[in-house]
Design a protein around this ligand. Structure first.
Ligand SMILES: C[S@@+](CC[C@H](N)C(=O)[O-])C[C@H]1O[C@@H](n2cnc3c(N)ncnc32)[C@H](O)[C@@H]1O
Length: 389
């Protein structure tokens, strides 16, 4: 995937967002185009927004359209014709005028720009999209003014998945405001109960984890609104400060979706570390007039690797604790998507952890086939009951 980073000076966070979107869509669309005849991309807040490229290569819709185009070409070469449609919704008249030039640039894809408020157009869009299509929603608002109930028609489409930009930094500041209009709009967006009480209770703690409370509340709201079984989040940090700007929240009903998400997330976290390291180094060089003696890049990469190591250990524990004691048990195909929806670990790495657990004897798998190094979905996992042994 080719995204020109020089277009993103001063907004490196958007590069990281687009890097994730591009790598996820490249992987996903190529795979699902093998089994769906029609793929629909919906960009609810498409822009162009702060684009510095006449071809809009630094926008979410162009990145998505290129992914659709490349998947379509690959499958066409294999003799399969997959219809690709993109609905690009934008409220601003000025931005919309630019969007109108896009269909001519992508004649191989049905590109349908719409001017208007995404939330108001959502029901009509949901009726228009064929139920048999695979649908990917990208919802990237500038704040929280999205009433989940009003976009439910789209969220509940049968073969749908979504990436929602949860603007944590704004929402965190607004979450404790008392203005009734703000309270109502946030309640329409974070629809689960009790999160405000949890925030109030957290203020008494030494390290209130507002981030986890708000992100978990929104994840559950999105899961409830769309009937999504697997929901996960990846943080996008400020380029120069160690603070979260927003989270990309991903929701799917398919195990395969969460597998692709985790793999792209890990690649994105490493890319984010490298970009932030380079951006910090460039900023410090600008201030001091000379290059720093130590390597920021290395430092931030270490933090990411430390996080991934902790996630791997948590996944190992989860695998152990979620496996029922013999004589009960669980199919590997049922357990791995649940673990991946909780922890940032690749499926291939979880497979290795499962094989290690079997070798060490903490988990038994009676139907493990000879010469198989990693588990298959039909393997029946049981936790060893030391009291019975
Ligand atoms: C954060 S920008 C989107 C950036 C774009 N998704 C990208 O990554 O390149 C949000 C865009 O949504 C538009 N917008 C704001 N409110 C909207 C609404 N209710 N419906 C549709 N578009 C809206 C803004 O004009 C702006 O272009």
């Amino acid at each position: 995937m080719d995204i020109d980073i020089t277009r993103y000076r001063g907004r490196e966070q958007a590069y990281v967002k687009h890097y994730f979107l591009g790598s996820y869509l490249q992987d996903l669309i190529h795979k699902v185009a093998g089994s769906y005849d029609h793929i629909v991309y919906v960009d609810g807040f498409s822009g162009p927004w702060q684009s510095g490229d006449e071809n809009f290569g630094d926008t979410s819709f162009a990145i998505a359209l290129n992914a659709l185009r490349s998947a379509k070409a690959t499958w066409r070469n294999l003799g399969r014709n997959v219809k690709m449609t993109a609905h690009l919704v934008e409220m601003s008249k000025i931005a919309f005028r630019k969007l109108e030039s896009i269909p001519a640039k992508f004649p191989d894809i049905e590109v349908l720009p719409r001017q208007g408020n995404f939330v108001e157009l959502a029901e009509a869009l949901a009726r228009e999209i064929p139920k048999s299509a695979f649908v990917f929603l990208f919802i990237d608002p500038k704040g929280w003014s999205v009433n989940l109930e009003e976009i439910k028609g789209l969220l509940t489409l049968p073969n749908c998945e979504v990436v929602f930009n949860f603007m944590f930094d704004f929402i965190n500041r607004a979450a404790s405001m008392k203005d009734p209009a703000i309270v109502k709009s946030i309640d329409d967006f974070i629809t689960v109960e009790h999160w405000r009480n949890k925030l109030i209770a957290a203020i008494d703690e030494e390290k209130p984890d507002r981030e986890a409370i708000l992100v978990d509340a929104f994840k559950t709201s999105l899961a409830d609104a769309g009937g999504y079984k697997y929901v996960a989040a990846t943080p996008i940090l400020r380029p120069l400060r160690d603070r979260t700007l927003y989270y990309l929240i991903y929701a799917t009903r398919k195990p395969h979706g969460i597998e692709v998400f985790r793999s792209c997330q890990i690649e994105t976290l490493r890319t984010q570390s490298a970009i932030r390291g380079a951006t910090k180094l460039a900023a410090s060089t600008l201030v001091s007039g000379q290059s720093e003696a130590f390597n920021f890049n290395q430092m931030t990469n270490d933090q990411t690797e430390e996080f991934l190591k902790t996630e791997k250990e948590s996944a190992r524990n989860e695998l152990y604790h979620m496996t029922p004691f013999a004589p009960d048990g669980i199919l590997y195909g049922d357990i791995w998507p649940l673990i991946l929806s909780k922890h940032a670990i690749r499926k291939t790495d979880l497979n290795i952890l499962a094989a290690e657990a079997r070798r060490s004897g903490t988990i038994t798998v009676k139907n493990w086939e000879p010469r198989h190094r990693v588990p298959s979905n039909h393997y029946f996992l049981q936790r060893v009951n030391s009291l019975i042994q």
